[in-house]
Design a protein around this ligand. Sequence first.
Ligand code: EPU
Length: 420
Amino acid sequence: MDKILVHGGKSLEGDVRIGGSKNSALPILAATLLTKEKCVIDRVPDLSDIHYMLTILSSLGAEVERASGVVQIRAEKIITEAPYEIVRKMRASVCILGPLLGREKSAKVSLPGGCVIGDRPIDLHLKGFEALGAKVTVKGGDIFLHADKLKGARINLRGRHGPTVLGTGNIMMAAVLAEGTTVIEGAAEEPEVVDLARFLTAMGGRISGAGTQHIEIEGVAELHGANHTVIPDRIEAGTFLVAGAIAGTRVTITRTEPEHLGAVIHALKEAGFNLSHTSDTVTISPNGARKPLHLETIPYPGFPTDMQAQFCAMLATMNGTSVVTETVFPQRFMHVAELKRMGANIELIDHHATIHGVERLSGAPVMASDLRASAALVLAALPADGVTEINRVYHIDRGYEAIDEKLNGLGAHIERVKAK
Ligand code: EPU
C-alpha cells in the first residue's frame, strides 16, 4: 500500500485549483442510468470513488468513455442487478437504487458494508421508495426493489441526525419518472442536491425547491440525454483553506464557489484568519492572534461534518481550548487517536472533542482511517516537527485529486512512497 511522507515545517504560499465535487459527481453519474441517450458530464474528478462508480455503471451495461475530466455515458440497455463484489467498496453505490427503480421499476443491489465513520443506515431511502409504491425487501445482504408502477407521494426524509443527502438524491431520481407529484419534506439542502436537480432538469425532469427543505417533483414519462458540468468540490476547497490556515502565509483557492463555503469561511474568520474572495477564488492569510473555537457540525448551510477532522487538526495547534461537537455522524472521530500520536491534547467524550491547543505537533507514523481523517493527518503534519508517515493513503485518494502534488505546488514537501 502507498504511503505518504510529510516533511513538516514548510511554509505554504500560492494558488491551488479546486477540482469537481466528488459528492456531486457520484449521484450525477448514477443518474445517467435514467435515460437510454448519451450524457456528457464535465469536471468529473479523477478519484478512486469515481472509478468505482464508473465500474458499477459499466457492470450494469452502460457504455462509459472517459477522457481527462469528461465522462460520456450511454446506458441504452441495462441490467438491474449489482452484486456485493461490485458495490462493497463504496457506500455511495446505494445511489444507483433510485435510478434503477425509476427507469426499470426494479433493482437488486447488495447492501454496501460497514463504514468507519459510524453506522450508516439507509432506512430513509427505503422508506421513500416504499412511499412511491415500491415493494422493498432486504434478504441475504441484498436490497430488492420492485414496483408495477411508481406513484408520486409526500415523503418526509428527516432522520434522527437530520436530513439525508444521498437519500434526497435517490428519491428525486426515482420520483422524476413516477406518475404524478412527489413532495419531499425535510430534504437535504446541500449544493450537491441542487447540482443533481440541475442535471435532472437538463434531462427533462421537472423539479422545484432543490436547495430548500421542500422539494417538489412532477413526474415525466421519459428523460433524455444531457450535458452537465459538476460544481467545484467545497470540501477539497475547505481542506486547502485549512492548509493555508495551518501552514500558509497566503493561499488562494481558485475555480471554487465561495458561496458554498460560508460556514467554513465564517469559522476561519472567527479563529482569527484574514479571508477575502472574488466570484470564484478565496484567499486566506494569517492575522496575528488566533482564537479557539466552539464548533458544531450541522447539515448545510451549517458547518460540514466533512470538514470536522481538518478543523480538529488546525485547532490542535492553536492556543486555548476548543470544543468540537459532531452531530451528523456522532462516531466520526477516528482521527483523534492518530492526532494524539503526534502530540495533540484532545479529550473525547461521546460526540464532543475538547481540544487543548499545543505549541507544536511532532511527526510520527500514523494510520489513515477514512477519507477526511486522512486529510486531517496530512494537514496536521504540515507544520509538525520532523517527518510524518501516513499509511493507508488509498483512503485519501478516494476523495482528493493528487493532494500531495497540489500541496507541493504551494511549497510543502510531501513524498509518496509507492507500494512495492
Ligand atoms: N441516516 C439515517 N438513515 C438513512 C440515511 C442517513 O439515519 O437512511 C443518517 C446517517 O447515519 C447520518 C445522517 O443521517 O447520521 C446524515 O447522513 P446522510 O445520508 O446525509 O449521508 P450520505 O448521504 O450517506 C453524504 C456524503 C458524506 C457526507 C454526508 C453528510 C456522499 C457520497 N457522501 O453521505 O460524505 O459526510 O452526506 O453531509 O455524498 C465524505 O465525502 O467524506 C463523506 C462521508
